[in-house]
Design a protein. Structure first.
Length: 425
């Protein structure tokens, strides 16, 4: 259907729905707005700046599979009074971004979920974001994966025809990249001299940041988590809730008992179970397709470290080498960034809220049978529980896949049957 836009002005910036980018043109851009949902939503874009006049113009845009055509007509005289931005709306699904281009224009791009019939795994690979479905040839439904989305705002983009291929770093050293192809919805461009609108206002010289010590950051995290005395008093914990992965929702239970016993149980359809558990000496893993198998010592140590009930006060023991990398933001929250290295495995990057002290994000790299996987874990929906703040939502992102764990109930210092941590006879 054609999109009709009534414009009562001589537009200094106008949203033109066309693929105006040169084929193969690559540039550095910044994501200035983003929205993502697998259900339909309205994405609105303001026209930034425009000048008023007595001129009326009618623009008609029609799209086909290969291009979008725009025609406008009108007449009048123009003055230079600046008015409020004009808003353009789109009905979309998936990920939609506004990209600020080097010349001041804004490109709006969108990516919907895509078919990915080659992805084939089980719940045993849940932490790596793999789906257990296969293609229709085996009688199962084909997979539609979510679009890969960057966690950073500064990305590279290659414009080619009606598509924009976004590329961004996913490793600490900046050498490993991921990419995804988006469709161009429109380009906001200027019909007047750019300098008149885009020249930055004078900014006072910024004061240099004064950073706290790593010990101060970790102490603030411990206090936000309830304090050392409260944390040391926890000897057992049972958390229940749901895990959302690839469109499915599954109940889970996570049992922990000091110092190093733990059990993760996920209930799958048809009364099947996915399990990981440890008695502190050995650990096992069970999935419905491969059965029960003993876990490697390296994986057991990593999961035991992550499942430590007193992990907040043991971070320096687990990561003897820590380096403060500076400040950034997680969402709209300012954070301190600490790179933490253990004796074994890859380093992690920890993000702590500069004001509350809470940990908001963790970047890590894991070696799996599918190769090295980089993932980011977000701690969200913090609530007070027995004197300390607890994240009730844990969101894990890797390779465009999102796994979300939502905690419904927590019980502490209750008896747990030791048999739950032992290998079945």
């Amino acid at each position: 259907m054609p999109l009709f836009t009534r414009i009562s002005s001589s537009i200094g910036y106008v949203f033109v729905l066309c693929t105006v980018m040169a084929s193969g043109q690559t540039m550095s851009v910044k994501i200035v707005r983003r929205q993502n949902s697998e259900t339909g939503y309205t994405y609105q874009v303001s026209g930034h700046l425009r000048s008023t006049s007595n001129e009326d113009a009618n623009c008609n845009a029609n799209s086909d599979e290969d291009s979008t055509h725009v025609s406008c007509h009108g007449s009048g005289t123009t003055n230079t009074t600046i008015t409020a931005p004009q808003t353009i709306s789109y009905s979309v699904t998936g990920a939609t971004y506004s990209l600020l281009l080097p010349d001041g224009r804004v490109a709006v791009v969108n990516c919907e979920s895509k078919s990915d019939n080659g992805l084939n795994a089980t719940m045993a690979n849940m932490s790596a974001g793999w789906d257990s479905a296969t293609d229709g040839s085996s009688g199962r439904r084909p997979i539609r994966r979510s679009c890969r989305t960057p966690l950073v705002d500064d990305v590279q983009v290659e414009f080619k025809g009606k598509n924009a291929k976004l590329k961004w770093p996913v490793s600490i050293d900046g050498k490993k990249f991921e990419s995804e192809t988006f469709k161009i919805l429109g380009v906001l461009y200027s019909t007047v001299k750019q300098d008149a609108f885009l020249a930055p206002a004078p900014v006072a010289a910024a004061k240099p940041d004064v950073f706290p010590s790593i010990d101060d950051i970790l102490d603030k995290f411990v206090k936000a988590s309830g304090g050392k005395a409260v944390i040391e008093s926890i000897n057992s914990e049972v958390s229940t809730g749901t895990i959302d992965i690839n469109g499915g929702t599954f109940p889970f239970e996570f049992d922990q008992q000091s110092p190093d016993k733990w059990r993760i149980e996920v209930k799958l359809p048809d009364d099947k179970l996915y399990l990981q558990f440890s008695n502190g000496i050995k650990a096992w893993e069970h999935d419905p397709e491969q059965g029960l198998k003993e876990m490697s010592s390296g994986k057991m140590q990593e999961l035991t470290r992550d499942g430590d009930l007193q992990s907040a006060i043991h971070l320096k023991k687990y990561y003897p080498k820590m380096e403060l990398k500076g400040k950034d933001k997680v969402g709209d929250r300012p954070v301190y960034i600490i790179e933490a290295s253990s004796a074994q495995g890859h380093p992690k990057v920890l993000y702590f809220d500069t004001e509350t002290g809470l940990q908001l994000r963790e970047d890590s790299t894991k070696d799996t049978k599918h190769g090295t996987v980089s993932q980011s874990t977000y701690m969200e929906d913090y609530k007070d529980f027995q004197g300390g703040m607890v994240a009730y939502t844990i969101r894990q992102v890797n390779n465009g896949q999102i796994v979300t764990m939502k905690i419904g109930e927590i019980k502490r210092n209750i008896p747990i049957d030791d048999k739950r941590f032992e290998k079945p006879e």
